[in-house]
Design a protein around this ligand. Structure first.
Ligand code: SF4
Length: 502
């Protein structure tokens, strides 16, 4: 580790290539027009009810909102109108993604980080964290637990920014994860989609990762507010370069990565500004590439070991505002997947899940925490503390009782349904048809291999309901041939075959 840090200046110079950003600036300016965002938030306070309803109607047509429209929604005071916004957000979710909730787990691979973000347990100056990078053998062990004991099919692999966890290591991790296949109760288990959450890269490095089988590349801006950004990310660190991060996903798309994921860490600055920043980000990606982000994330600041910054935050977001920001994001970028994470406690989860499309479950955010976890070391190995520590079985049971089917589907990117292709299908509601079938098939796999008796009972009832609904939607949404293949796949999965999908 000592040698690596001595090499750091040369490595840092090689990471950031400012010239890769230049083509995306307009008249030398980036897409966050701070005075304009601030003005819109301030001046949209008195829009009438009819204006609010016009904006809701536009979102229901699955059209990206203008910044001015999102500002109007965020300024609504009337609780009844907020109920209409929440209801529209749930309708949009249902229209685009049906009653599915895609489930995944994070796999933290390295807590070594050269940055020093004030809010993060992994920041370089935090001496209480036990740091390390997983060896590939350990990645295999972690994956065996995730795929073989818990039944996950989709991971987001997470890395701090460090020379030892650059593109080459990330590719090795992905290949290791994909190589694991484990025997389960009635079939086999494997991770079929690996998404990556890592530091911004240059274009050649993005290309490497795409070739290694990347699902989605996820980078959160943390805060779009420049002054706040500079305050919490020291200038001499790589992350201290605001523009390098702001255009990280433009560069990823230029490198051929179709599915990119944006996010902000809510609690660093005014939540309204961050929502506007995310919308501006989505619109700028749409403008350059014809498609926006595949997913949006909205984590809230959470406590971390030896990290007093979090407790002092003047912009911490309460539960009521959190629900509002989720709803406005749902309306503003209606085609995007919306990810809520285990940072939120079960009660908050239940409030926002009707507007969201993905969640993690049974998550561990420490290095080696799935295969080696011991309660007493937990705080010292993880990036922050979680709000929802329920098992996957409990989460799935809870979702099923609310009428949501947990989907482990990973077919989209393997069948070429990514990027522009998937966005068109999502906006027209066609992707939903494939996904509905795959949700039932993958849910059945999970029930047969991993569910407790009680969850299985509730889950099977839900599947019966889904089968009846699919049959009813034929031939409008599913041709008789597809329905026949679907029934055949379902029968074969119950017999122990795995990974049959549309
Ligand atoms: S937030 Fe990320 S970049 Fe910043 S210190 Fe933590 S791990 Fe490093």
């Amino acid at each position: 580790m000592q040698n690596i840090l001595e090499d750091f200046p040369a490595w840092k110079d090689n990471v950031i290539r400012e010239e890769e950003n230049t083509r995306y600036l307009k008249a030398g300016r980036d897409f966050i027009n701070e005075p304009e965002i601030t003005r819109l938030i301030r001046e949209s306070a008195d829009a009438g009810r009819s204006r609010v309803r016009e904006i809701i109607a536009k979102a229901l047509e699955i059209k990206t909102l203008e910044l001015a429209e999102a500002a109007v929604l965020m300024n609504v005071k009337d609780p009844e109108l907020w109920e209409e916004i929440f209801s529209a957000a749930a309708q949009i979710k249902k229209k685009v993604y049906d009653n599915r909730v895609v489930t995944f787990a994070p796999l933290y691979c390295s807590s070594l980080c050269v940055n020093n973000c004030a809010y993060c347990g992994f920041r370089s100056e935090n001496g209480v964290i036990q740091r390390r990078r997983l060896e590939l053998e350990e990645v295999r062990r972690e994956t065996e637990v995730l795929a073989g004991k818990l039944g996950h099919k989709r991971l987001v692999v997470v890395f701090g920014e460090h020379p030892s966890s650059g593109a080459d290591y990330i590719c090795q991790v992905m290949q290791q994860v994909y190589a694991v296949e484990v025997k389960t109760k009635n079939g086999t288990g494997a991770i079929r989609r690996v998404n990556v959450n890592a530091a911004p890269m240059n274009i050649p490095d993005y290309r490497k990762i795409k070739e290694a089988g990347l699902g989605t590349f996820q980078i959160f801006q943390e805060t779009y507010h420049l002054e706040t950004y500079n305050r919490v990310h020291p200038y001499h660190t790589i992350k201290g370069n605001y523009l390098w991060r702001l255009y990280s996903l433009h560069r990823a798309m230029e490198a051929g990565i179709d599915d990119v994921a944006i996010g902000a860490l809510f609690g660093l600055y005014d939540w309204r500004f961050e929502v506007m920043g995310m919308l501006a980000h989505a619109r700028d990606l749409e403008g350059f590439f014809g498609i926006g982000p595949h997913t949006v994330s909205f984590p809230r600041l959470e406590p971390a070991a030896n990290t007093p910054f979090v407790k002092k935050g003047e912009y911490l977001v309460g539960d009521e505002d959190f629900k509002k920001l989720v709803a406005v994001l749902r309306l503003a970028i209606p085609y995007a997947g919306m990810i809520v994470t285990c940072r939120e406690n079960p009660a908050v989860m239940r409030e926002v899940i009707p507007m969201c499309t993905q969640r993690d479950a049974a998550s561990r955010v420490g290095i080696g925490a799935y295969s080696e976890r011991t309660e007493e070391q937990e705080e010292k190995i993880q990036q922050f503390l979680l709000g929802d520590n329920r098992s996957l079985d409990e989460v799935i049971c809870d979702l099923a009782a609310m009428g949501y089917i947990t989907s482990f589907c990973t077919a989209g990117y393997r069948c070429g349904r990514t990027g522009d292709n998937i966005m068109t299908m999502l906006k027209s509601g066609k992707e939903g048809c494939f996904c509905k079938l795959n949700a039932v098939l993958t849910f059945q796999e999970w029930l047969d291999d991993f569910a407790s008796e009680n969850t299985r009972k509730i889950g099977e009832k839900l599947i019966v309901r889904e089968l009846a609904e699919i049959e009813k939607r034929m031939p409008k949404d599913f041709s008789p041939e597809i329905f026949k293949s679907f029934k055949e796949y379902h029968r074969r999965i119950k017999g122990g075959e795995r990974d049959l999908c549309f």
